[in-house]
Structures are given as structure tokens and as C-alpha cells.
Design a protein around this ligand. Structure first.
Ligand code: SF4
Length: 688
């Protein structure tokens, strides 16, 4: 064993950070991560990686890793053995199920975990406990995009591959700071601009790097993207620039849709969005002149009360202009976490089994009942948002969260943390004692990706294998093993010895993954769903048919949902998002010394105009107060933001946590929090 400690081991893995899904070999010696070596055959990234994928691994050896199960005793935790911790969880969940029914318990699985783990978590909720109360963190980000695509084209995923984006004549990026959030994907766009003369249109509240590179930059008022998108679409139709043949052959509902566009004139759009008419016409002309247009979007679109509708408006525009089914066309909602796509794909959703088949469909349910040998609940369960409300209402007694710092990343965290305190029983499974875990009754030590086998699905629906580079630290265990062991303590008799067996079961049950096997995913091989039984995958969707029974897409009439916005008292709008160096609330990246040193202090970006108006300097300490809470943070003056717009990076989990400010309004379709619709007032505390 000592010999082995000194050997350098190279293991193929997939990045644990963003949804681009870069894969590479990681070099390790003992527990030390020496370096990351990209591989030319890697489908998403080739030989590129960003700073997080390259250097962001020290957290796996952090002193703060959980290495033992913890059981609450009064106001502290004591270490315990697995047997005791699992028995306690089994007893308490059984008790609550018997007294309050299966729906008094809920589960949240992690988009940092593997597909196999998402599958097991939903199976545990449905088959062992008997509830559909299961969700995952795509509820915080991309559910509205999925909803917009379900309505119009039928699959909730990117329509093509990342590589295809480089072949587009025109790329439109909306509400995405791609250069910092999806760096390697952004590099492809930058290269295509330079080499192929690709045109770029960017719509955002902030003049970030992508905006600087854009041929046309749109600066719409917060939450008004649907209006300019619909106005551009209407203008295209009015001018006769729409793709008549595509619409006739492949799309339903054109007449009704055209009628619904009536209010969206250029005049109205200019008034609502603040984007000059002439600029909107330039956008329409650019789409007309491009043979292939694709749209990339992210949280700036989805985290709004009208997030689903705006995502739908994007898809409508693509349909009207015939921009689906060819390389370089289509819809690219950019998934945030490495496996946010897979967590939903593999059934951690309150309304769907794996592969997006409804729990209310009797035939589908019967298939699962037969395979699992249990009767399954017929009604959809609660989503994350409803879970928090149900805890406050006393209907939900127990919560089990894997790998999600919900007490920091949900909106209106004061309300969420108050809910945690009301729970009868709370289990958190994670790699660190997160803020959320501090509220738990039992904390179970899971493993990060380098310590497990399994698969992740990136933003382009690509399923890729990761291999184990390190042994689990201390007594921690891969999350699928913990779920299996717990299910067995509760009498489930699960026999999985390797994640491949879990994938085999999922592939047998969910037609979307019919031909997915570990053999077909060996090494750098990958599969983009849907995958037919003979192993044929689908890099490009909708080449012949859309995913509806008649094969035709559906145009979807929409109304604009006006955001709450600012008022006389709360007169500043706060936008929020990522920094390149950090990942979300920073639970992992803040434990990497080199990364922490680059961005040590929380700041809020303030426009030069506002700085002048309020007498702010760089470094002035300010207090931002919303209707829900307050943060203290230092001002950083930059012309990346304009007027009364502020930008607060979201990677602080402490004093400056943005979710102390965000409210309880959500996207009306999916309950995704409207994180981007925050109004605050500002007090100046001290000038440095
Ligand atoms: Fe990881 Fe995303 Fe960076 Fe690729 S672009 S290395 S997946 S964080």
C-alpha cells in the first residue's frame, strides 16, 4: 500500500463545477491532486479547461471535510458510526410516515451528484417512503427554460452540441455572463467570432465581457426580455422574413400566435424595455441575414416571475425563423451545475419519473410499480418552494437534502432557515458542514466526484463517465452507497454493487436512456440523449420531428409578466451572478487557497452615476436593505453597471449573502425564485 501511495495515478473524470462538462485526466499521488490534463478526445472541451476545472480541487482534502456521520445532541453534534446513524434515520422516517403519512417527508437531491444517485434518491422517495415529494436544485435555476422548451419543441435540453454553436452565423446571448459562468463554451464563441466572422448579439443588464464583444449590445430594463423578443419576432413576421415553409410543414398554431403578438409593437417595446427601436430593427435584420441563429440563455432570463414565458418567447422566435434542426441553430439554456441536467433527467422531480415521464400517467406508473414491486403515489409531489411553505404550515415534518446548501442558495433565506428550525427531523448529506447542515438532526458524510464512479450529463445532454481517482476520505461514502444502505436498513433489499447496475435499471425503465450502458460510455466515449436501444444517440435534436405525437412544434402565445421592480423607497435594482473564480455560494471554491486569495472580499458593483449621486468611493461600506433582509458590503465603482442598477456576486455565504435580500416571488409556472427581481435602498455606513 505504501508503494501505491507514491505512484502517480491518472484517472479520467468530469469537472465538478459548471454544466459545460469538461472532461480530463486528473493526476493524483496518494490523496494529492497534482494536475489536470485535458484530453484532445474530450467531446465538450478538447484541450481547454478554465481556472476552476484546472485548479479547483484542493477542497477534496480540506480539513473541513466531513469524515464521520454526525448526530445532534442538544445544540451540538457528536460523531457516530454509520450503523447507528442509518438506524436512527430509518426509525425516525418510519415513525413520521406512520403518524403523518408518506407526504410528510420530502427529498432534495443534488445536481453535484451523479445520475445514478439522482435515480436512487427518487427511487428512495417513491418506492421506500411512498411520496413524490422529490426535487432538485434546477428549481433554483433552469426549470423555466425546461418549461419553455417542453411547451414548444418537446425536450427540456439544449437542441444541439456545444461544438455546433461555433458553426452558427449568429449567436444571441441573453442574461448570461457566459465568459465567467461557462468559460470554455464562451471560448468557442470568441474563437468563432474571430475565425468565422460569427455575429454576436448580447442582451444583459451588465456590460460584462460578452457584452463588450457583441456586435449589438442590448440593455433592456430588468425583467423585460420577453417584450423585446416578441417585438422582434412580430417585426420579422410583419416584414415577411419568417420561414413560411418551415412553419407550414413543421409547426402548429401560427395564426393564433400571430394574433397574440399584436401588442408587441416596436413602440411599445421601446417604451417598456428602453431599447431604441432602431436597435431592435438591427436585431431583426441580423436574424434575417443569418442562415443559422442559435440562442444561449441563463439565469438572467429564468430567475424572474416571467422566466418560463421568456424562455418560451426565445423558442417561439427560433420557430418562426426556422432555426431548429440544423447545426448552428436552436435553443441552448446553459445549465449551471455540472449535473443540473442529469438531476432532472433521472427523475428527481415531483411530477416526473426518469426520462420526463409523468407520475400521473397510469401506464408509466404501472411499469415502475412492476419493476420495483411496490404501489406508487399517483399525485405529483411538492417542489422545493412548496416544501418550505409546507414546513411553515406544519404539513411537512421531515426533510432529507443531499449536497445542497439550501439555507444559503434559496431565496429569502431568513424564511428558509426559520423553516429548518420547525422540522421534526432533518437529514443533510454533504461533504462539508454547510450552513444548511448546521440545522440538521443527522449529517451524513458524502463523497465528492473524485471519490466515486458514475455519470454526469452536461448542458448538451451528453452523458459522460467519471472514474474513481481517490478513496473516500475517512468514513465518508459515495452518496449512492449511503442511499442503498439506508434503503436496506428500511427493508428495501437493494443489491447494487456498482453504479453501472443502477444505470442498467434506469435504461431498462426510461425510454429516453434505452441504449445507455457503461460499455458505451467507456473512457472518453459519451452519449447524448435520447439514446435508442441499439445505442444510437442524438447530438442534434429535431432534424425531422419535434417531440410531440404529431411531430410538429407548437408556437405558444404569451403575455408579459411585469416584474415588481423598484419604487420610491426601494429605489435600486440588484442584479446578481457569478464570478469566474468561484462557484455559487463558494462552498468548494472558497476552500481552495489560490482562488480565495484572488477575490477575498465581497463587493457590490455600483455605477459611476450612482456613486456620484450618493457620494460613494471605491471601498465605501454600504448597507443594502430589501423588503426581506439586509447585507453589508463594500462598493466597487464600475461602468459595467448603469444608473440605479447594482450587481452583487453570489458567492458569499456570510454577511453579504445575496439571498438575504431576495424575496419569495417566483416564476409563475415553475416556482423558480425570482432572484433577479430585487429592489433595495442603500445606506452609506462609512467611507474608507
Ligand atoms: Fe469545469 Fe465549466 Fe470550467 Fe469546464 S468550463 S473546466 S466544466 S467549470
Amino acid at each position: 500500500a505504501a508503494m501505491r501511495e507514491h505512484r502517480i495515478k491518472k484517472t479520467k473524470t468530469v469537472c465538478t463545477y459548471c454544466g459545460v462538462g469538461c472532461s480530463f485526466h486528473v493526476w493524483t499521488k496518494g490523496r494529492k491532486v497534482l494536475k489536470v490534463e485535458p484530453h484532445p478526445e474530450s467531446p465538450a472541451n478538447g484541450i481547454s479547461t478554465c481556472v476552476k476545472g484546472k485548479f479547483g480541487w484542493d477542497f477534496v482534502n480540506s480539513e473541513e471535510r466531513l469524515t464521520k456521520p454526525l448526530i445532534r445532541e442538544g445544540d451540538h453534534f457528536r460523531e457516530a458510526e454509520w450503523e447507528e446513524a442509518l438506524q436512527l434515520i430509518a426509525d425516525r422516517l418510519t415513525e413520521i410516515k406512520e403518524t403523518d403519512g408518506p407526504d410528510a417527508t420530502a427529498f432534495i437531491s443534488s445536481s453535484k451528484c451523479t445520475n445514478e444517485e439522482s435515480y436512487l434518491m427518487q427511487k428512495f422517495a417513491r418506492a421506500v417512503i411512498g411520496t413524490n415529494n422529490i426535487d432538485n436544485c434546477s428549481r433554483y435555476c433552469q426549470s423555466p427554460a425546461t418549461q419553455g422548451l417542453f411547451r414548444t419543441v418537446g425536450y427540456g435540453g439544449d437542441s444541439g452540441s456545444i461544438r455546433d454553436i461555433a458553426t452558427a452565423d449568429l449567436v444571441i446571448v441573453i442574461g448570461s455572463n457566459t465568459a465567467e459562468s461557462h468559460p470554455v463554451l464562451a471560448t468557442r464563441v470568441k474563437r468563432a467570432q474571430k475565425l468565422n466572422g460569427q455575429k454576436l448579439i448580447v442582451a444583459d443588464l451588465r456590460r460584462h465581457e460578452m457584452a463588450e464583444r457583441a456586435d449589438i449590445f442590448l440593455h433592456p430594463r430588468a425583467g423585460s426580455d420577453l417584450v423585446w423578443l416578441s417585438a422582434v419576432t412580430k417585426y420579422i413576421i410583419d416584414k415577411g422574413w419568417h420561414d413560411t415553409r418551415f412553419l407550414e410543414e413543421r409547426v402548429n398554431g401560427f395564426e393564433e400566435y400571430v394574433a397574440s403578438l399584436e401588442p408587441f409593437t416596436l413602440e411599445y417595446a421601446e417604451e417598456v424595455t428602453g431599447i431604441p427601436r432602431a436597435t431592435l430593427i438591427r436585431v431583426a435584420e441580423a436574424i434575417r441575414d443569418a442562415d443559422t441563429t442559435c440562442v444561449l440563455w441563463a439565469m438572467g432570463v429564468t430567475q424572474q416571475q416571467g422566466g418560463s414565458n421568456t424562455s418560451t418567447a426565445i423558442s417561439n422566435l427560433l420557430l418562426v425563423t426556422g432555426n431548429y434542426g440544423r447545426p448552428g441553430t436552436g435553443a441552448y439554456p446553459l445549465r449551471g451545475h455540472n449535473n443540473v441536467q442529469g438531476a432532472s433527467d433521472f427523475g428527481s422531480m415531483p411530477n416526473n419519473f426518469p426520462g420526463y415521464e409523468s407520475v400521473t400517467d397510469d401506464a408509466v406508473r404501472a411499469r415502475y410499480e412492476q419493476a420495483w414491486g411496490v404501489e406508487l403515489p399517483k399525485e405529483p409531489g411538492m417542489n422545493n418552494h412548496n416544501m418550505v411553505n409546507a414546513i411553515h404550515d406544519g404539513k411537512l415534518k421531515a426533510l432529507y437534502i443531499i449536497g445542497e446548501d439550501m439555507g444559503i442558495v434559496d431565496s429569502n433565506i431568513n424564511y428558509v432557515q426559520a423553516a429548518f428550525e420547525k422540522l421534526d427531523f432533518f437529514v443533510v448529506q454533504d461533504i462539508f458542514l454547510t450552513k444548511t447542515a448546521e440545522y440538521a438532526d443527522v449529517v451524513l458524510p458524502g463523497s465528492p466526484s473524485l471519490e466515486k464512479e458514475g455519470t454526469f450529463t452536461n448542458t448538451e445532454r451528453r452523458i459522460q463517465r467519471l472514474y474513481r481517482a481517490l478513496e473516500p476520505l475517512g468514513d465518508s461514502k459515495p452518496d449512492w452507497m449511503i442511499l442503498r444502505d439506508l434503503a436496506n436498513v428500511m427493508g428495501a433489499n437493494w443489491h447494487y454493487e456498482h453504479p453501472s447496475e443502477i444505470m442498467d435499471e434506469a435504461a431498462k425503465l426510461a425510454p429516453l436512456f434505452a441504449g445507455v450502458t457503461y460499455e458505451r460510455l467507456e473512457g472518453y466515449n459519451s452519449l447524448q440523449w435520447p439514446v435508442t436501444e441499439d445505442g444510437k444517440d442524438s447530438p442534434l435534436l429535431y432534424t425531422e420531428r419535434f417531440n410531440f405525437p404529431d411531430g410538429k412544434a407548437r408556437l405558444y402565445p404569451l403575455e408579459w409578466i411585469e416584474p415588481d421592480g423598484t419604487d420610491d423607497e426601494y429605489d435600486l435594482h440588484v442584479n446578481n451572478g457569478r464570478l469566474l473564480e468561484h462557484f455559487h455560494e463558494g462552498n468548494m471554491t472558497y476552500k481552495v487557497e489560490g482562488i480565495r486569495a484572488k477575490t477575498p472580499q465581497a463587493f457590490v458593483e455600483v455605477s459611476p452615476e450612482l456613486a456620484k449621486e450618493r457620494g460613494l468611493k471605491d471601498g465605501t461600506l454600504v448597507r443594502l436593505q430589501s423588503r426581506y433582509g439586509a447585507v453589508k458590503v463594500r462598493a466597487f465603482i464600475t461602468d459595467r453597471v448603469k444608473g440605479h442598477e447594482l450587481y452583487l456576486p453570489m458567492n458569499d455565504a456570510g454577511e453579504a449573502a445575496v439571498n438575504r435580500l431576495t424575496g419569495s416571488k417566483t416564476d409563475v409556472e415553475t416556482n423558480t425564485p425570482a432572484y433577479k427581481d430585487v429592489a433595495v435602498k442603500m445606506d452609506v455606513l462609512e467611507t474608507e
